[in-house]
Design a protein around this ligand. Structure first.
Ligand SMILES: Nc1nc2c(ncn2[C@@H]2O[C@H](COP(=O)(O)OP(=O)(O)OP(=O)(O)O)[C@@H](O)[C@H]2O)c(=O)[nH]1
Ligand SMILES: [Mg+2]
Length: 306
């Protein structure tokens, strides 16, 4: 089964991201439920449905829900090749086929994990073995922690995160061994993009919103302008041609945001709700980005299954 590892710093929006991914998936499958199968592994079912219910009612995951989720299995129905989910939603043309499974492994405490790995006492952790053998890595980048100046990055959380991610990528490549033909995919997901510092975007000469998904060139340039500065070691690793070990394919980029209502005395910040297409309410979030991301996962599952 193809594995995708999801990494993110503490408080970077990991749980919210998984809940919104689940929401996008449930939603896109609801009109043709039989074609689009989605399951969550038994051990994480409670947690994922808990956080799902929370975001569906406008709450960020609470601290009780934050701790549980570690691994999630999606079973994905296949679409006809060249027929994306966005097109499918428009036209309703959907070819049922054998479902593929995709397992997500959520790696938290990345820095501690990589410290241990560097000291050689790793792989006692079964999770880390799954991680090293993954086909893809989704790297969450906290939009609120993006900075302008090099000193800020080195002193702040981003610098440490950058080294930890870079170390993990190196380990994933190394564990593939020489001449491995399976490709490695890197997917960058900017979280909390609704609250990225406008000064940071301005300094990088960027618009407030990223170019739309189908404009892959400008979109990559937009993301790279932020990533090259904030995750320089990670980006160098992703781009490097390897003479041994696996090489990364061209990265994909997605942007996650929600609309919020500010906290008031006695009330936490809330996710704003909007009417959904099929009636009812859903969180006001970057749904197209999540559908694009699901599509990207499908492609990885399909390639890995070949
Ligand atoms: N404005 C805004 N805030 C967000 C967004 N996503 C997460 N947050 C805020 O970030 C907090 C942490 O989000 P979580 O999803 O719990 O983050 P996490 O990485 O799972 O946190 P830990 O499991 O504690 O490491 C939330 O309580 C929100 O306050 C977003 O898209 N927009
Ligand atoms: Mg969490």
């Amino acid at each position: 089964m193809p594995n995708i590892v999801i990494v993110g710093d503490r408080d970077s929006g990991k749980t919210t991201f998984l809940a919104l991914l689940y929401a996008a998936q449930v939603k896109s499958g609801s009109d043709r439920a039989d074609d689009f199968r989605f399951h969550v592994a038994f051990e994480s079912l409670d947690e994922i449905s808990g956080v799902f219910q929370q975001v569906m009612s406008g709450n960020f995951p609470d601290s009780a829900a934050k701790e549980g989720i570690r691994g999630i299995t999606f079973h994905l129905g296949y679409r006809k090749s060249g027929f994306g989910i966005l097109a499918r939603l428009r036209s309703r043309g959907w070819t049922p086929g054998a479902p593929a499974s995709l397992r997500f492994v959520l790696l938290r405490n990345l820095e501690d994990e990589m410290d241990r790995f560097r000291k050689g006492s790793s792989l006692t952790n079964a999770m880390l073995r799954d991680v090293l053998e993954s086909d893809a890595i989704a790297i969450l980048v906290d939009g609120r922690k993006l900075v302008l100046a090099d000193e800020d990055r080195q002193l702040g959380a981003m610098g440490k995160y950058d080294s930890a991610v870079e170390a993990l990528l190196a380990a994933m490549q190394g564990s593939r061994g020489r001449g491995s033909r399976r490709s490695l995919h890197a997917i960058f997901v900017f979280t909390k993009f609704d609250s990225v510092d406008p000064k940071v975007l301005h300094a990088a000469n960027l618009e407030a919103a990223p170019p739309e998904m189908k404009k892959t060139g400008p979109r990559a340039a937009y993301a790279d302008a932020l990533l090259d500065h904030n995750l320089p070691n990670t980006m160098a690793r992703v781009r490097a041609r390897q003479n041994r070990g696996a090489t990364f394919t061209t990265p994909s980029y997605f942007f996650s945001w929600v609309r919020t209502d500010a906290a008031s005395p006695g009330r936490r910040e809330r996710i704003r709700l909007r009417r959904s297409d099929g009636g009812g309410w859903e969180p006001d979030y970057s749904k197209d980005e999540y559908l694009g991301l699901l599509e990207c996962f499908w492609e990885i599952a399909r390639d890995a299954g070949k």
